[in-house]
Write a protein that binds this ligand. Structure first.
Ligand code: ACO
Length: 334
């Protein structure tokens, strides 16, 4: 059997739409307040795609930035994986639309559906193809236009979500560096806690489904909250243990950005100082599969990651799903 080769992230890129929706704007739309939103979630504003922007448009912007920083051309890509729950359409996949737009003519392309854990599922999948030698360069994009499936008359959900895209270019790295461990999981029994009920084969689009507002996100917030705290802690612990890295050796935690109180619970549990945790939900809200790659891109741009750092990416979301990975970061390539 061929030996597995180490895989890492060469470069990242991110994009958020220009339009800003503040808490003050939301106060005019539903019965809420800036005070409630900030104390319960930590969110102050979020970005919204324009009417003519679809997920593949946001994905394209983030992908071009990642490829440019990595100095790899689209034609060199072997595979494109797009994690999204807001594809441009049911099919073709958003990955195929992106492949065409980038001109990545030799790349295989597929979408991954794991809601807010999508980016972690995507990089876990991508890294297998590189590790076993089948492919060299895989582009993974987490992208969402959640504003298109958010009910702006429902205060329970409309304050939480935003739009954006983050991309990462994966390739082989030197021995001892790159991804050290993955932890993926699912609890399908919790599916109804967070779902988009209609538009698929169970409840196809109809005048009734539209009238009953079934094409919007439906969520049991407090149940998802408890689940999120539980699995964020357990999956972070799992990758630390698998990689043989202690809590003290963890240099940077890049968590899914759903709610500051969920992140605070992890900070407490792992005894982390604030500079070891990336938080950007105050500016973007929850961008589902885009939250982690956008946060990682901002951390890299700000120089918060050094050669050899232990970096954990951890997410949770609809499905229900969860996932984490631990990287020994390297800027080297193999
Ligand atoms: N403004 C004012 N009041 C509000 C608002 C709002 N925007 N939203 C809810 N409330 C009210 C509720 O109606 C409720 O009032 P009631 O007691 O009179 O019924 C009260 O506030 C408390 O509601 P809770 O649900 O108990 O509030 P909680 O403290 O749990 O916070 C929240 C709600 C922010 C949604 C929290 O549960 C949460 O963050 N959950 C996790 C959500 C999440 O992570 N979802 C995404 C997962 S990722 C993905 O896959 C998309």
């Amino acid at each position: 059997m061929r030996e597995l080769r180490p895989v890492g992230i060469y470069a990242t890129g991110s994009y958020v739409p220009e339009r800003v929706l503040t808490n003050a704007d939301l106060e005019k739309m539903v019965d809420t307040s800036d005070e409630w939103i900030v104390t319960r979630t930590g969110i102050r504003e979020r970005r919204l795609a324009s009417a003519d922007q679809a997920s593949s448009d946001l994905a394209y912007e983030a992908a071009v930035k990642a490829l440019t920083k990595a100095n790899i051309s689209a034609q060199e890509l072997d595979m494109i994986i797009v994690a999204t729950v807001t594809p441009d359409m049911m099919f073709p996949s958003t990955a195929c639309l992106l492949q065409d737009r980038l001109g990545a003519s030799k790349a295989a392309a597929l979408d991954v559906s794991a809601a807010c854990t999508g980016f972690i599922y995507g990089i876990a999948t991508a890294s297998q193809f590189i590790a076993n030698g089948l492919y060299r360069y895989v582009l993974v994009v987490g992208v969402e236009t959640l504003s298109k499936i958010t009910d702006y008359t429902d205060r329970n959900t409309c304050v939480l979500f935003g739009d954006g895209a983050g991309a990462a270019l994966l390739g082989p790295v030197p021995q001892g560096s790159g991804f050290q461990a993955f932890e993926l999981g699912a609890e399908g029994s919790g599916g109804p806690l967070l779902s988009l009920p209609a538009g698929g084969s169970r409840i196809p689009a109809s005048t009734d489904s539209v009238a009953n507002r079934l094409h919007y996100i439906s969520m049991s917030g407090s149940e998802v909250f408890k689940f999120a705290v539980r699995v964020m802690n357990s999956s972070t612990e799992a990758v630390l243990e698998k990689a043989g890295v202690s809590r003290e050796e963890l240099d940077l935690l890049v968590p899914h950005q759903a709610n500051l109180r969920i992140i605070d619970a992890a900070i407490k549990r792992f005894g982390l100082s604030e500079e070891k945790v990336v938080v950007n939900l105050d500016r973007y809200g929850n961008m589902s599969s885009a939250s982690i790659p956008v946060a990682l891109d901002e951390a890299l741009e700000a120089g918060r990651v050094k050669e050899g750092d232990h970096v954990v990416l951890v997410g949770f979301g609809g499905g229900l799903t969860w996932g984490a990975t631990l990287l020994k970061w390297t800027f080297q390539r193999a």
